[in-house]
Ligand binder design. Structure first.
Ligand code: NAD
Length: 438
């Protein structure tokens, strides 16, 4: 559907939360000519952004996000602030992109809560609040709306309130804000229309839904469907391993079927979205008496993959675990990403260390600091007995076999464990390594 077109030069937007979603979204609007104020509670992040620094690996067409950020700061269409008041005064469109972390299966609503309260403190008549965070279905209406209405203004009557799920994949954000179809709904028709106009500045294809709950539920189910499909293909991988056939060949051939789309197995499921998704559904499902047996099983299967990867390392080591060093290559939650939130690599490293192994992990894209993190491939592989590949990144010489041979421990035959389908068995074995793969 096509909503009435806005003149971007007249659009003023405050985006709350400048993380993996909020920052590229803010810049997407700025790139189209809107004035955007980005608000975050993390002062260090604000300071870095205003100096043009970000660790994100996004590109707008061919331009790295760092250049886009610098350009939009320069031309004044984007600025970041920790002071929400100036954003509330200056803008009339407020987009929420703060998250709901899940800790030990329990939700932390504090970010949504504080963000909604901040907006409530300065919302004006006829402003639009567009929630783009992934929500526990029903929460925009039952949780965010009452907080916003503490302002004394009523949603739907005095201000517009809408929900649109965010469907981007990190690394493709600029492209997917534009080209991934978006779902949208509002507290009433005029809210939905108002939000559709704003979204239409960046997003080409919008699908209207009858309620915000439909869009919230669709988002959570989209994420869970990926969790289930990944669990399924990881079970297929175990079967193929037992049978002595290559899972990746099976997948390639099975996917020639027009209605089959198997995903790829890997070291586990990470990131902010997929591992948390089931927990966004379970409280309500429990209330409704819906057991969600398949979904819970899939989650458990995915949670068990890190232990399986560790067993692949341990059973191939040339020395006892307590004397072994493992070089982990890639700790991001997925390939070519700087995000290591809930990364299976972190769990795998924890389990390796618990088994007595020493770990040196190298990932030039991930800014987080860990005691086991090293700054070079050389440091990682020196004296190691095994190389364990957990994510693909630019800047890691995965096939520098000569370096591996020179620097790795000479105590027994060194091992390469591949969870990313990066090597061929023959290639690795010909280079003198023991090879194991998922
Ligand atoms: N990362 C993804 O690929 C992705 C994709 C689709 C949907 N989502 C959803 O989008 C939302 C944001 O995800 P993200 O990955 O960008 O998270 P993030 O943690 O990278 O960013 C959230 C930001 O919000 C800030 N924040 C917290 N409380 C605030 C407040 N009261 N006011 C202003 N800022 C505040 C934090 O400091 C942080 O910088 C989540 O709901 C997530 O589930 C994420």
């Amino acid at each position: 559907m096509t909503a009435k077109q806005l003149n971007p030069a007249e659009v003023k937007i405050a985006i709350f939360g400048l993380g993996f979603v909020g920052l590229p979204l803010a810049l997407s609007y700025a790139l189209r000519g809107c004035t955007v104020v980005g608000v975050d509670v993390d002062r260090n992040l604000i300071d870095q952004l205003n100096r043009g620094i970000t660790h994100h690996l996004e590109k707008y067409r061919e331009t790295p996000i760092q250049e886009v950020l610098a350009e939009q700061l320069d031309n004044g269409r984007f600025k970041a602030t920790a002071n929400p008041q100036e954003a509330l005064d200056q803008c009339n469109n407020f987009i929420m992109t703060v998250g709901i972390p899940v800790i030990d299966g329990r939700h932390d609503f504090s970010h949504i809560d504080s963000c909604a309260r901040t907006i409530a403190s300065g919302i004006k008549k006829s402003d639009l609040v567009l929630v783009r965070s992934t929500m526990v279905p029903g929460m925009t209406r039952s949780y965010v709306k009452p907080i916003l209405e503490e302002s004394g203004l009523r949603a739907g009557d005095d201000f517009y309130l809408a929900y649109s799920s965010e469907r981007i994949a990190e690394g493709k954000a600029f492209d997917e804000f534009e080209n991934m179809p978006a779902l949208i709904s509002g507290i009433n028709d005029s809210s939905r229309e108002k939000a559709a106009q704003l979204m239409g500045v960046v997003t080409k294809e919008l699908h209207m839904a009858s309620s915000m709950e439909v869009v919230e539920s669709a988002k959570v189910m989209e994420n869970i469907s990926r969790d289930v499909n990944i669990a399924m293909v990881n079970e297929f991988a175990r079967f193929c391993e037992g049978l002595g056939i290559d899972i990746f060949e099976v997948i390639k051939l099975a996917n020639t079927h027009k209605r089959v789309k198997l995903l790829t197995p890997g070291p586990g499921v990470g990131g902010y979205c997929i591992p948390n998704a089931l927990h966004y559904l379970t409280p309500k499902a429990d209330d409704l008496g819906v057991p969600l047996k398949l979904l819970r099983t899939a989650r458990r299967i995915n949670e068990d993959i890190p232990a399986f990867v560790v067993s692949l390392v341990s059973k191939n080591l040339p020395v006892p675990a307590k004397k072994a060093k493992v070089a982990v290559l890639g700790i991001a939650m997925k390939d070519y990403s700087s995000d290591d939130r809930l990364s299976p690599a972190l769990e795998i490293i924890k389990l390796l260390e618990m088994s007595g192994m020493k770990v040196a992990a190298f990932d030039p894209a991930v800014p987080s600091k860990y005691t086991y993190k090293v700054d070079s491939l050389e440091d990682a592989v020196s004296d190691a007995h095994a190389v364990l590949v957990l994510a693909k990144q630019n800047g890691i010489g995965y096939t520098n076999f000569k370096l591996f041979r020179n620097l790795m421990s000479k105590a027994g035959q060194p091992v390469i464990v591949d969870t990313k389908n990066l090597y061929s068995r023959t290639e690795v074995e010909e280079q003198g390594f023991v090879f194991a793969a998922i």
